[in-house]
Design a protein around this ligand. Sequence first.
Ligand code: GLV
Ligand code: GLV
Length: 324
Amino acid sequence: MKVFITRVIPQAGKDLLLAAGHTIEEWTEKRNLTPAELVAHCSDADALLSAGSNKIDAAFLDAAPHLKVIALHAVGYDNVDVAAATRHGIPIGNTPGVLTNATADTAFLLMLATSRKAFYLHKRIIRGEWNFFEPTANLGISLDGKTLGIFGMGSIGQNMARRCKAAYGMQVIYHNRRRDDTAEKELGATYVDFNTLLQQSDVLSVHAPLTPETQGKFNAAAFAQMKPSAIFVNTARGSLHNESDLIAALEGGQIWGAGLDVTNPEPMHPDNVLLQMPNVCVLPHIGSATQETRDAMAVLAAQNIIAGLKGERLPAVVNPEVYG
Ligand code: GLV
Ligand code: GLV
């Protein structure tokens, strides 16, 4: 059967699809498909393997009646109208688990790099500004024994907390839709309300999915409650924070720094003022970008498609309700 793939993905996933007897059509241009192009390529496809932020909404699903399964090359599914997919009887697969370590690593990297102004100092060397050793210049802040606040205590949030505890003996507080026994027992994490999370965190790391409830959650009112020494880290989705409010909070000294792997919009414009700030580190949405992790994501996405085309339950399904 025919599988349409919206970006070039690791060969390991394609090999699995080919070995299962499917044919592949892969979009190789380095630009997003337009909605009309996506529909055109899916008109005779039995499965869609979607990498990137293609909008999978009711209009698309109506226009692609041939599709039997959709597999995302991602854990986040904010680009999908899940209820509409369920109404169409289409299972949606995603790639949880395999990218947990890599994404937590990216949050840890941004926290540490921001705390020591690493990206900014690298730029100063390139500009020829490393002249002599100054004991009182280029100072960052220590993370030892500080309080880590996790917004969204799923597997990635827990992994970040575990790393921070092991490395710096950080105290862990968290806010989540519901309390998490594992996090509380294993990590000694304390559940707090959202305002307490803002007020007490030295590092506030965001690991929640983008939903109507979390969209724009980190806005002026939120930053105003944070410590002037706080570092904000977002590796989840750029729309969880309001960018102009974040810039104002950094410029006004309401928070100290920010580490972002996700921005709004993406890509971030090279003239963005955040890229000039000493206490800000930005990465181009590389949370899961290790060779090992991307191979594993491609394999899991392919397994989801192979199962879906056989009419079997997907190994990682976003909408189990589709099975009635
Ligand atoms: C990437 O952002 C993902 O959701 O996996
Ligand atoms: C710094 O480079 C030192 O030697 O302390």
